[in-house]
Design a protein around this ligand. Structure first.
Ligand code: GUN
Ligand code: ZN
Length: 428
């Protein structure tokens, strides 16, 4: 069975932060995407495509935008229940809201319910792949993968390891973190479209022995992603320095335990020292920008232009429940605002690229997802660029395609998501 989707088709030929700039993003006004067996087999002008694939089933989305689905490169699905919790900064926020909620995932029925809710929300917001933290409970990982697998999605998560500075009931040991992570990895990694992400929460909640054990696990399974947090708030950094007095800097606590190389995904990475910046770029690790979280928890301003100029790999993420929205559109808007505050207004082509190709690159899955190109998996989102009267009136004045998309980036939400396709099947 071959499907053709008609609409405005957005694809990238290169990184729009590179030499070709925003022109690396192309919008085919009357375009078409051809899907067969879950894969994009062709795309191009609608007339040509329709003449070539005469027997295909056609869905006409008119002037709607067809893009690769959004990829949320850093999210905590177990924090869905505590999104928008008031008034705390990072460490207080963790202790007051996050840890009590994560404790509830000891109940597998609760974990299953929250995973189902989370995936419904993610799809409603056009997110087709995510890399999520679990909790310390294996049931949280089982619940996530069960949902992702049932929905045919490409997704990653891992058991969030903590052996200190966390309450009773949320602590493991170096050995049990290794053993339980390994058992989950062996159960799920590589099954269908699932990846196991090795997940030390962050250096303050892991002893050196635990980081060492997870570094060893990663060395045994180097194709897994490894996700954690880095340099989110200044008091957190001071705490890391007191807990690891011999470390050269925060990144060094990961580096000396085998947790810095390609495939590492560092959430936030805001307040970096020169040595850290150089080592991250050299190692090919990814920095994950979490703009709604960084404003909501008051963490600071990620300098995107600087990171990209340094050659860093950068992904974009909601970081919910620290982040205040499941929407990658809202996340792009926050990235734009932070760009303004750091002196560089990011172009719509760059914002959209971060939410698709950029996050795919951070996950080392850019040869499979994140773009509309021949051979890529058919995870697509269909966007209404006139989803509210306010957005519609602004878009109607647009003089080019990017200008017609920018109002949806700045003011759009789940109302703009008209359809979602997962592996070539209509999921929404
Ligand atoms: N640092 C360690 N854990 C967390 C978390 O759950 N959310 C955020 N935003 N930062 C963290
Ligand atoms: Zn996080």
């Amino acid at each position: 069975m071959t499907d053709i989707l008609l609409g405005q088709v957005l694809s990238y030929s290169a990184d729009p932060f590179g030499p070709s700039g925003p022109a690396a993003g192309r919008i085919e006004r009357k375009g078409a995407v051809v899907i067969r067996d879950g894969v994009i087999v062709d795309h191009g002008p609608a007339d040509t495509i329709r003449a070539t694939y005469r027997d295909a089933q056609t869905t006409d989305y008119g002037a709607r935008l067809i893009s690769a689905g959004f990829i949320d490169a850093h999210v905590h699905y177990p924090q869905t229940g505590i999104i928008a919790s008031w008034g705390k900064r990072l460490i207080d926020w963790l202790n007051t809201y996050t840890f009590p909620e994560e404790m509830r995932f000891g109940d597998p029925a609760y974990a299953a319910r929250q995973a189902d809710l989370y995936f419904d929300l993610a799809l409603a917001h056009g997110t087709t792949t995510m890399c999520s933290f679990g909790t310390i409970h294996p049931a949280s990982v089982d619940a996530f993968f069960t949902q992702a697998q049932a929905r045919g999605m490409r997704a990653a998560t891992g058991r969030t390891c903590m052996d200190r500075n966390a309450p009773d009931g949320l602590r493991d040991t170096a050995q049990s973190a290794y053993d339980e992570s390994r058992a989950l990895l062996e159960k799920w990694h590589g099954l269908d479209r699932l990846s196991y992400a090795i997940t030390p929460r962050f250096s303050p909640t892991s002893s050196p022995a635990q980081l060492e054990a997870l570094g060893a696990l990663w060395a045994e399974h180097p194709d897994c992603p490894m996700q954690t947090h880095l340099s989110e708030q200044t008091d957190e950094i001071a705490w890391v320095k007191s807990l690891y007095p011999d470390a050269r800097d925060y990144l060094d606590t990961y580096e000396t335990h085998g947790l810095l190389r390609e495939g590492a995904m560092f959430g936030h990475a805001i307040h970096l020292e020169p040595r850290e910046r150089a080592r991250l770029a050299e190692a090919g690790a990814a920095l994950i920008h979490c703009p709604t979280s960084n404003t909501f928890i008051g963490s600071g301003l990620f300098d995107m232009a600087r990171a990209k100029a340094e050659g860093q790999i950068v992904g974009l993420a909601t970081d919910t429940g620290g982040g205040s929205s499941f929407s990658m559109l809202r996340t792009m808007a926050a990235a734009y605002e932070i760009g303004q505050l750091t002196g560089t207004p990011l172009h719509a082509a760059q914002l959209w690229w971060l939410a698709t190709c950029g996050s795919a690159r951070a996950l080392r899955q850019h040869d499979m997802i994140g773009n509309i190109a021949k051979g890529m998996e058919a995870d697509l989102v269909v966007i209404d660029l006139t989803s509210t009267p306010l957005i519609a009136q602004r878009a109607s004045r647009a003089e080019d395609a990017w200008e017609s998309i920018f109002p949806t980036i700045m003011m759009g939400d789940d109302r703009a998501i008209k359809s979602v396709w997962i592996a070539g099947q209509k999921a929404l």
